[in-house]
Design a binder for this molecule. Structure first.
Ligand code: F3S
Length: 754
């Protein structure tokens, strides 16, 4: 599990010079994000990058993958011909463990049910030099914070809460599997230069308020879209007063405001956390170059000059917040909750209170929650709600067990769940009498969209700090305000909960018996990747075939999608998640959510060979069986939503040759290009209307494809008339190579073979 000290030394050795060069280029002081971004530019920066406009190639230092997204990422990586990953990478088995009865039993069940996926991930990690964290070792972001994050570094992770590592001063960004493949293969990783939002924290928190309340308040101010395309940088004396893990909580939930990532400047709290987690060498090195791991002083004195948007929060005045239901930006201060519960008709009874997850399972979080639980029991109170505790890592779990906190929770009737995502990602076999009944749960997690935790639409999920969540578990009421309300104990006395107290770091240090880490083989060349050929969850990939070198003719129209066609319409989630590692099986969901413009129905298209209507994947498989290519036509912003590469791989796998739309969502367009697909747009958007259901299509101009060239789409209508339509593309020279080779990974493989 060792962090890569050589790599960090290299990053730190180069930082002063790179920061000085960037300062010269921009002609002004730099924010912390700018220092890290310019220092991680793939090419030496030649000009100032325009925020919110320029696309920049970066070289991240690390990659982290969780088990659900790692499957397809690593199956693809296998085909690129590299013997080892190009940058340090890790896999974390956290998403596939279902919470049902408690940690031990649930973990045993997961090991059985997901055995083939875990065996695959362990063996492929072993082969290609990837650190493997077994099921039960912990949740990706907590494990990364404890082991790999470092101030001034840059990483990507195949999970949206990767920005958690910003708590240790790292630019850490959540991406799709295709991006992870690029970086592991040694390719640059592209990102639009983010805008910068500054959050100045003044004052100091006290009493019931915790770091979680800062981000809950920020979410209320910025809303779920307010951080889109931006890095949120926190600064001010209030920032330096927060524990490192508290900073992590805030950065984690930056995902809830759509931020690219969030960031804190290196300070003594981070140094202390690095030392407590056996990384003294990094802390010493970071202390030596501290000025490069923090914004320039001028940024602090006039922040309005350097950030695109500025927010100020006075921590002296901040009170605890409770956000929800159904959205993390509906922020209500605890003093107004009782009124809000009445006004909105939210169910007052808190049926389940859940603490932990990657967001809030630090030693500090758990010790403050345990303090409240202890205080309540000493005062003759018991928990009124069901109460669960999800430790973020085995190291935290082992340490809080040693320090008696698990015993405290046990006495209060709490259930300790596996060190895994569990209820946070809907992996929760919740027992409820009526799934349609309106009910309330409170979690210290990050997301609370309808059905996310337990799949029940009647569940009102609220998000709060672990301290407030624990107080709710004891009171059993959402309208309870622990800051002022009293509770009646078993003797009939009125008692008040004491303000929480805890420890930022364990006074006796962290401890762990088996952290659950498997180091990769030094030489993985002989290691066999374990995939059962009969598996319906995993399938080795064969490289896609190269372009045949000619224009394409006699293609059939597969579907003309009407209106919104997101990656969910193209490759649905839900029950299909289990096929994420099996391209052929998951391809049976291709475009089943898209609306056919000719009949306004989903998953019902005309098979031009039979004249019959059928499901989209079945019709496409029929064309493929007859050696006939096809074209998908779409509307505006085709492929918006997630960066899931399956949405590009499925049409490629089933033999669709081109996607022709009014406009693309950028990430999906890039994903299509990476998979060797043709991603084309109408020169005149009105031409979308000319596409008819029985059209046979030729694409001309492929042999002369060049940056800025155009492609002609010949439509042969059923009435034997013909129309020519002009199509545009945005392929650069490198992307044209991808198209010709049949995909980006084929290009890389050829380079390694040469
Ligand atoms: Fe897992 Fe929930 Fe975090 S799904 S990675 S615990 S946000």
């Amino acid at each position: 599990m060792a962090f890569d000290l050589d790599l960090i030394q290299k990053v730190y050795a180069a930082l002063p010079e790179k920061v000085a060069a960037a300062r010269k280029l921009l002609g002004r002081p730099l924010t912390q994000a700018e220092k890290i971004l310019y220092a991680h530019s793939f090419e030496t920066p030649q000009h100032a990058y325009e925020r919110g406009k320029d696309y920049v190639n970066f070289s991240p230092d690390r990659v982290a993958m969780q088990d659900a997204t790692a499957q397809m990422a690593l199956l693809q990586f296998m085909t690129c011909g590299r013997a080892q990953v190009a940058v340090p990478s890790t896999v974390h088995c956290d998403h596939l463990i279902q919470a049902k009865t408690g940690a031990n039993q649930d973990l045993a069940t997961a090991n059985e049910v997901n055995k083939e996926v875990y065996d695959f991930l362990a063996s492929i990690s072993n082969k290609y030099g990837i650190g493997f964290w077994k099921p039960g070792a912990g949740i990706i972001h907590q494990v990364v914070l404890e082991n790999y994050a470092f101030p001034g570094g840059m990483m990507i992770g195949t999970d949206s809460h990767t920005p958690n590592a910003g708590g240790l001063g790292m630019i850490a960004i959540g991406v799709g599997g295709a991006d992870a493949v690029d970086v592991m293969a040694g390719l640059p990783w592209e990102l639009k230069m983010p805008k910068l939002i500054g959050v100045k924290l003044t004052g100091k928190m006290s009493g019931w308020t915790s770091a979680k309340d800062i981000i809950l308040k920020v979410a209320g101010i910025l809303t779920v879209k307010g951080g889109t395309g931006a890095i949120v940088e926190y600064f001010g004396e209030g920032a330096d007063s927060l524990s490192c893990t508290g900073k992590g909580t805030i950065c984690n939930m930056g995902a809830e405001i759509g931020a690219t990532c969030s960031l804190f400047a290196y300070d003594d709290k981070m140094g202390g956390y690095l030392r407590a987690t056996n990384r003294k060498e990094i802390a010493d090195m970071a202390d030596g170059i501290r000025e490069y791991l923090r914004p320039d002083e001028e940024v602090y004195s006039s922040p309005e000059k350097y950030y695109d948007q500025l927010i100020e929060i006075n921590l002296d005045e901040l009170e605890p917040y409770v956000n929800g239901p159904f959205t993390p930006d509906l922020a209500t201060p605890i003093s107004q909750m009782a009124e809000a519960v009445k006004q909105h008709g939210w169910p007052d009874a808190v049926e389940v209170a859940l603490i932990g997850s990657c967001t809030n399972s630090s030693y500090e979080d758990i010790s403050r929650a345990a303090f409240i639980a202890n205080d309540a029991m000493e005062k003759g109170l018991k928990a009124k709600s069901e109460y669960t505790i999800t430790p973020g890592s085995e190291m935290v779990r082992f340490t809080i067990e040693r320090d008696g906190m698990l015993d405290t929770f046990d006495k209060m009737g709490g259930v300790v769940l596996a060190n895994a995502c569990g209820p946070c990602i809907g992996q929760w076999a919740r027992h409820i009498d009526d799934p349609n009944r309106k009910n309330t749960i409170v979690t210290s997690f990050n997301r609370n969209f309808a059905k996310r935790n337990d799949s029940y639409s009647g569940t009102h999920a609220f998000v709060a700090s672990p301290e407030i969540t624990t107080a709710y578990a004891i009171a059993g009421r959402l309208s309870f305000n622990p800051l002022k309300d009293t509770l009646v104990n078993e003797k009939g006395e009125s008692v008040k909960l004491a303000e929480p107290q805890g420890f930022e770091l364990p006074p006796k240090g962290f401890d762990v018996d088996d952290p659950g880490f498997q180091a990769p083989a030094e030489d993985g060349s002989k290691v066999e990747v374990m995939v059962n050929p009969d598996s319906n969850r995993l399938q080795l990939l064969s490289p896609f075939t190269a372009w045949e070198g000619t224009d394409l003719s006699h293609l059939r129209l597969l579907i003309k999608a009407f209106g919104k066609c997101t990656t969910d319409h193209i490759s649905m989630a839900g029950p299909w998640l289990k096929f994420r590692g099996h391209l052929d099986n998951i391809s049976n969901n291709m475009l089943i959510g898209a609306i056919n413009a000719f009949n306004m129905e989903s998953n019902k298209v005309k098979n031009q060979l039979t004249g019959e209507y059928g499901e989209v994947p079945a019709v496409q498989r029929d064309y493929k069986a007859h050696g006939i290519g096809s074209v998908v036509v779409g509307d505006e912003n085709y492929g918006e939503g997630s960066s899931r590469e399956h949405a590009a791989m499925e049409p490629r796998h089933l033999g669709v040759r081109a996607i022709v739309v009014k406009s693309f969502a950028r990430i999906h367009e890039t994903n299509l290009k990476k998979q060797g697909m043709l991603a084309l747009t109408f020169n005149d958007k009105a031409d979308y209307d000319k596409i008819q259901e029985d059209d046979v299509i030729d694409l001309q101009g492929l042999t002369t494809l060049a940056p800025g060239s155009q492609v002609t789409m010949v439509l042969r209508h059923k009435d034997e008339t013909t129309e020519n339509i002009v199509l545009n593309h945005t392929y650069n020279d490198q992307q044209i190579e991808w198209f010709k080779a049949g995909g980006a990974l084929n290009v890389i493989r050829a380079e390694f073979a040469a």
